[in-house]
Design a protein around this ligand. Structure first.
Ligand SMILES: NC(=O)c1ccc[n+]([C@@H]2O[C@H](COP(=O)([O-])OP(=O)(O)OC[C@H]3O[C@@H](n4cnc5c(N)ncnc54)[C@H](OP(=O)(O)O)[C@@H]3O)[C@@H](O)[C@H]2O)c1
Length: 325
């Protein structure tokens, strides 16, 4: 089968098209023929050997996609050949025509969900859900700040926040992204590369600060947001796209009686798997009602994966980037 492998640690040009044997399945796994594949910032970190849960290159990159179950291991009860599924693979392997994953990492797609939507939805909306609800303890009426809000995960969080009656404040790194989100009807947008985030947050929240922050950039932005939290606020790290590790500060958190948490979805799949089916049902219900709809910004062929990575790292992408085998 055709696949894209990061041959060594490095820039996008280390992504090479390779021919590999078909993946094997053990008794508890399913073999899925992928019809659409998501490009996640985690794939960039995997390529750069900077992802804590993925083995360093050489590795077939990719952690999400959607397709059809073609074969099931002897012990698999919840799937059968022909099922349409979305997959999450924290082990990599998704930039390929076929992938094998443990059966509970393959989730049934609603009949009305396309493979495109499935690839953009499965991993990303589960991440958004567990960041907001499981770690962030999201409440109706919370004032929520989201960094990189125009991206794949950011747009998913904005939609869930609206569905759950929260007041969203979107943080972005350019005025083009501000206009993009304004076009999607987002009222409060802060450009954190140009504006004073602390004073804009104080203005929007009448001096209180955000009750909940979902943070994916790190560095200076993280520190500003930590200081800006409302009393009893919650700050959840979900990523570090800016490359500078966040530094939660006990003194600052104590001064707000605030909570800090860090999400790793792979831990929920591996160690708290009972949380996945109910969250997946909630998300699929909201999708079928039309409340959630992945924002797909860019489409590439699988063999254009390097160009897709260039785009994601350039900070010029909006919404989700997909690859097609
Ligand atoms: N914890 C988990 O289990 C989990 C699961 C999935 C994804 N994630 C994380 O969630 C985040 C979002 O992923 P995504 O795939 O949806 O990506 P994305 O948000 O579509 O794209 C990444 C965005 O990060 C921002 N960014 C800030 N500094 C950057 C830099 N130096 N280089 C590149 N981008 C930078 C950019 O937005 P602005 O220009 O607007 O700042 C960029 O568009 C990533 O950090 C990813 O690792 C975590």
């Amino acid at each position: 089968m055709k696949a894209i492998r990061a041959e060594r640690r490095g820039r996008p040009e280390v992504l090479a098209k390779v021919d590999l044997p078909m993946p094997e399945i053990d008794d508890h796994a399913v073999l899925v023929r992928l019809h659409a594949i998501g490009v996640n910032y985690a794939d960039v970190m995997c390529r750069e050997a900077a992802h804590p849960s993925m083995q360093p290159p050489p590795i077939v990159v990719g952690c999400e996609g959607a397709g059809i179950v073609e074969a099931c291991g002897a012990a698999v009860r919840d799937h059968q050949p022909g099922d349409r599924v979305g997959i999450y693979s924290p082990f990599g392997g998704a930039y390929a025509e076929w992938i094998s994953v443990p059966a509970h990492y393959a989730l049934p797609l609603p009949a009305t969900m396309s493979f495109e939507d499935g690839a953009a939805f499965t991993h990303v909306y589960l991440t958004a859900y567990h960041a907001l609800r499981t770690l962030g303890r999201a409440q109706v009426g919370d004032r929520l700040f989201i960094s990189a809000a125009a991206g794949g995960l950011g747009t998913a969080i904005l939609q869930l926040a609206k569905a759950w009656s929260m007041e969203a404040i979107a943080g972005v790194g350019s005025d083009e992204k501000r206009s993009f989100l304004a076009g999607l009807g987002v009222e409060h947008v802060v450009n954190y590369r140009r504006e004073d985030v602390a004073s804009r947050l104080a203005e929007i929240t009448a001096g209180q600060g955000p009750d909940l922050v979902i943070e994916t950039v790190g560095g200076e932005l993280f520190e500003t947001l930590q200081r800006a939290l409302a009393p009893l606020g919650r700050l959840v790290t979900v990523g570090v796209a800016g490359g500078i590790e966040p530094r939660p500060d006990v003194g600052t958190l104590l001064s707000k009686s605030a909570v800090y948490a860090a999400l790793n979805l792979s831990v929920i799949f591996a160690r708290k798997r009972e949380l996945i089916p109910p969250s997946w049902r909630d998300l699929c219900d909201l999708y079928m009602k039309g409340t959630l709809q992945p924002v797909i910004g860019h489409r590439f062929r699988l063999d254009e994966a390097a160009a897709a990575h260039e785009l994601l790292e350039s900070r010029r992408s909006t919404g989700k980037i997909l690859l097609f085998p």
